[in-house]
Design a protein around this ligand. Structure first.
Ligand SMILES: Cc1cc2nc3c(=O)[nH]c(=O)nc-3n(C[C@H](O)[C@H](O)[C@H](O)COP(=O)(O)OP(=O)(O)OC[C@H]3O[C@@H](n4cnc5c(N)ncnc54)[C@H](O)[C@@H]3O)c2cc1C
Length: 448
């Protein structure tokens, strides 16, 4: 790379992406170490993408198979009390409505039995959940039609976007640099050099001892620029929502999910969700889109970003697109993204009183970025190191739920691989600062 004539800054840890994961890592490093952190974000504010454009549910990890999603289930379980404390201390919304995961048939009933086992294995308390039969469910939610349900009482509706911004407010006070409106366009992983371009097209250099790529929809592209993760492709799935207005008789007072039929794919049947402000929505769909920021027209004033539906490697995507079941699911998802009637019909499977007239306006869409390889969809987030760079890929739901504990996991890995100097971390001081919990204990629970 030719660096001549470019402005040059230096830092200990450069974080690419001010989403909820970047903000959580930045907060932990800035608060508990003497390392200098510089956060680089393309948009002009934090949490502009998935971290504000999601269902907003802090999920308890009852539905995560601990043998397939070990780190995510631990991160979700450990993060719950941290978010609760943060909401209480900073007056952020905390709407504990609980989730009912409805079994629509015999297969669904088997799944909710498994959920009971997963919940305990993932560290949930037995008093946090119940398995309800059909008549018990009718008493709890008379408008829901199902054969039985898993009731997770502590699922809570929040604003993950507000959490992201609050973490950065608190981190800035601990002398962290945030560079908004700056896009990382090149990475030299061996020397830890980033080339950054601002909105006016001016480029500069940032040199870091450690480069952390937590850039959500662009994470795979940046990893590949760094020479790693070449075996993966990414597919972007847009989740659209509809707001639910007046009209529904006995509207549910809990989140209602139905047990997903195809847990190997990122297609969850749409849910009925209560937002942190008490309003209700149905969604999300999962429509394939060509790039990480392909929101519907007029939805947000954000940059357009790359188109990578047709990027290499082709094979993982070709395999999926040759699969008839996958294609038929894609078609169904598209139909419910464009048609209010189709969305209402899908919700009627568990909420028979739903009518297209009650779906008033569109909610805010969000986009998942799912990694695929030759075996299909990659089940959990993965991390890859190259030189001074560290990449977090496939960080999907319930990524927002688990962000604080997953951030501790990432920092632990950075320490182990020598990318940050663990001696500069002070995990025993300032314990009460935000999360009211000993941070060294959080690190040890996350495996370090
Ligand atoms: C529809 C939907 C529903 C979901 N529902 C839930 C839920 O209910 N509960 C839950 O726990 N999780 C949910 N999730 C998942 C959760 O939202 C994500 O796992 C989480 O927000 C990911 O955070 P992140 O910080 O990794 O990524 P992001 O929030 O996408 O942040 C990445 C940031 O990197 C920036 N960036 C990208 N490229 C560059 C670059 N080259 N240079 C500089 N900056 C760059 C982007 O602008 C962005 O701000 C949902 C996700 C979606 C899409």
């Amino acid at each position: 790379m030719n660096f001549a004539g470019r402005a040059h800054r230096r830092t200990d840890v450069a974080i690419i992406g001010a989403g909820i994961l970047g903000a959580s890592v930045a907060y932990l490093i800035a608060s508990f170490s003497k390392l200098k952190v510089t956060l680089v974000e393309s948009e002009m504010h934090a949490g502009a993408h998935s971290s504000s454009r999601n269902t907003g549910v802090i999920h308890r990890p009852f539905y995560l198979n601990p043998s397939k999603k070990a780190v995510f289930s631990r991160a979700a379980n450990e993060s719950f009390p941290l978010w609760k404390e943060m909401s209480a201390v900073h007056g952020l919304p905390w709407n504990r409505v609980g989730t009912l995961e409805a079994a629509l048939d015999g297969e669904g009933l088997k799944s909710i039995e498994n959920y009971g086992r997963f919940a305990l294995a993932n560290g949930m308390d037995k008093n946090e959940f119940q398995i309800l039969d059909k008549s018990e469910m009718a008493a709890v939610e008379p408008s829901v039609a199902c054969e039985g349900a898993f009731f997770s009482m502590n699922d809570t509706c929040v604003s993950f976007g507000e959490y992201t911004r609050k973490l950065l407010d608190l981190s800035s006070r601990d002398s962290m640099d945030i560079m908004f409106g700056q896009t990382v366009i090149e990475i030299d992983p061996q020397d830890g050099i980033l080339i950054i371009r601002d909105h006016a097209g001016k480029t500069g250099l940032l040199e870091a001892r450690c480069v952390l790529n937590v850039s959500g929809g662009e994470a795979l592209r940046l990893a590949r620029i760094s020479g790693v993760a070449r075996e993966f492709s990414v597919l972007h799935f847009r989740g659209d929502y509809w707001k639910v207005g007046q009209g529904l008789s006995k509207p549910p007072s809990h989140n209602i999910y139905s047990v997903p039929k195809h847990s190997e794919y990122p297609f969850l049947d749409p849910h009925y969700v209560i937002r942190h402000d008490g309003s209700a929505e149905v969604g999300p769909t999962a429509s394939v889109v060509s790039g990480p920021y392909k929101y519907p027209m007029g939805d947000g004033d954000l940059r357009k970003g790359p188109v990578d539906l047709f990027s290499r490697p082709y094979m993982p995507k070709v395999r999926l697109f040759c699969n008839r079941e996958f294609l038929s699911l894609i078609r169904e998802e598209w139909r419910s993204s464009v048609s209010r009637s189709q969305m209402a019909r899908r919700v009627q499977k568990f909420l028979p009183g739903m009518d297209r007239r009650y779906l008033t306006t569109r909610g805010l869409s969000g986009i998942r970025h799912s990694l695929v390889d030759r075996s299909g969809f990659v089940p959990e987030a993965i991390t890859v190191t190259e030189g001074r760079s560290f990449h977090v890929l496939n960080y999907n739901s319930p990524g927002a739920t688990g962000a604080p504990a997953y951030a501790a996991y990432v920092i632990g890995k950075l320490g182990f691989s020598g990318l940050i100097d663990s001696k500069k971390m002070n995990l025993t001081g300032e314990k009460e600062k935000l999360w009211g919990r000993s941070v060294d204990n959080l690190f040890s629970v996350m495996g370090f």
